[in-house]
Ligand binder design. Structure first.
Ligand SMILES: NC(=O)c1ccc[n+]([C@@H]2O[C@H](COP(=O)([O-])OP(=O)(O)OC[C@H]3O[C@@H](n4cnc5c(N)ncnc54)[C@H](OP(=O)(O)O)[C@@H]3O)[C@@H](O)[C@H]2O)c1
Length: 345
């Protein structure tokens, strides 16, 4: 792979920092690395491969035609402002926010599932929500041979999924609660320490939260399956890292737990950890810091023969975010889809 010039917007954030770590872990060749954030972080330094790089404030002038790759990992508003500028420069833009996920002109890609969608990118590639990716990683091996029809999912999401402030918020709330005080940090919709909050993002008119609707809409787009039914309930719980979920799924033809286990076991990126006899199943702590989608508790639904139920956990900031982005860059590079300079203007 060529050494690309990479610019990261949100480089001081939890995903931005993990992205730099993963570039290093995977030995991705990097030319010039530019790190951007807000004025709050400007002037701080970040160490990358032995070099101290100064974080700069992001402005519209930050983006230049010598950026081969721009990773936007800041906010939806920042993505809407900066992605078109970077794409017009001919940069390959990967966006981690929800700003472009459902834009029909923007591919939404999980490299193990729909890498061919990269071929029609027009400068911007979007990154799925950190709950959609693990759920589809587990369902896709079955969907390929027996199309998915319906999913009912409940999530148990760690605070890392809400960024650096949320991780700090849980730590502070927990210390206060253990000292007998209720001191909500304001980083979640309710106090999160020793609690469970069934609201992530705001409510839409139909009573679902936007996080829940993202899981449904993104599933249909990534699987190219416009008729799949998805009902999600997304819950924030007081874990630091590792999103978990309980998934019920029905396919066009009945499937046994054994068939599902075999298909998932053979799929890339998945570790099946599933042995009730020895009480083996994955927990968020097992997934934290890894790139794997861990699946366990695979069993038949006794109330609806032919459907299955399982449990899956993944590190939201790695395969749920930064690892998937690095894989997208690697795959696009392999396919020659990252142009050295561009003339898209
Ligand atoms: N956390 C996850 O698991 C996860 C998963 C998937 C997607 N995402 C998405 O990834 C993005 C980043 O999330 P995060 O969890 O890393 O958040 P975070 O820890 O709060 O970090 C946010 C980063 O964005 C920067 N930033 C915020 N507004 C900006 C602006 N207007 N211009 C330039 N930089 C700006 C911040 O800079 P300062 O440090 O200067 O404030 C910081 O570097 C969000 O869009 C989020 O929805 C997160």
């Amino acid at each position: 792979m060529e050494a690309y010039n990479i610019t990261v917007v949100g480089a001081s954030g939890i995903v931005g920092q993990e992205f730099l770590k993963i570039l290093d872990e995977r030995n991705v060749p990097v030319g010039r690395l530019r790190l951007l954030a807000t004025a709050r972080s400007a002037g701080k330094t970040v160490r990358f491969r032995g070099e101290e790089i100064v974080v700069e404030e992001t402005t519209e002038e930050s983006f230049t035609p010598d950026d081969h790759v721009v990773f936007l990992s800041a906010s939806g508003a920042a993505s809407k402002q900066y992605a078109p500028i970077a794409a017009a420069n001919g940069s390959f833009v990967v966006d981690d926010s929800s700003a472009f996920r459902m834009d029909p002109a923007v591919p939404l890609v999980i490299p193990e599932i729909n890498p061919d969608d990269l071929e029609w990118h027009r400068g911007i590639v979007s990154q799925p929500n950190c709950t959609t990716t693990p759920m589809l990683m587990a369902l896709n091996p079955i969907h390929r041979v027996n199309p998915l029809r319906r999913v009912v999912v409940s999530t148990y999401q760690a605070v890392a999924g809400a960024g650096t402030a949320a991780v700090e918020g849980l730590r502070r709330e927990t210390e206060a609660a253990l000292a007998g005080r209720h001191e909500p940090s304001g980083t979640q919709k309710r106090e999160i320490a020793f609690n469970a909050v069934p609201q992530i993002d705001v409510f839409a008119d139909d009573g679902y939260t936007k996080e829940e609707l993202k899981m449904a809409n993104e599933t249909r787009k990534i699987l190219h399956a416009p008729d799949v039914g998805v009902s999600a309930t997304c819950v924030r719980i007081p874990t630091f890292f590792g999103h978990a979920m309980s998934v019920w799924a029905e396919f066009e033809r009945p499937i046994s737990a054994e068939e599902a286990r075999a298909l998932m076991t053979a799929a890339p990126g998945i570790d099946v950890v599933d042995d009730p006899a020895t009480e083996r199943y994955p927990t968020p702590m097992d997934a934290a810091g890894t790139d794997r989608v861990l699946v366990g508790r695979i069993r038949p639904d006794h109330s609806k023969p032919g459907a299955i139920v399982f449990w899956t956990v993944t590190d939201s900031i790695r395969k749920g975010a930064a690892t998937n982005v690095v894989q997208v860059i690697e795959e696009a590079a392999r396919r020659g889809l990252i142009r050295p300079r561009a003339a898209v203007r």
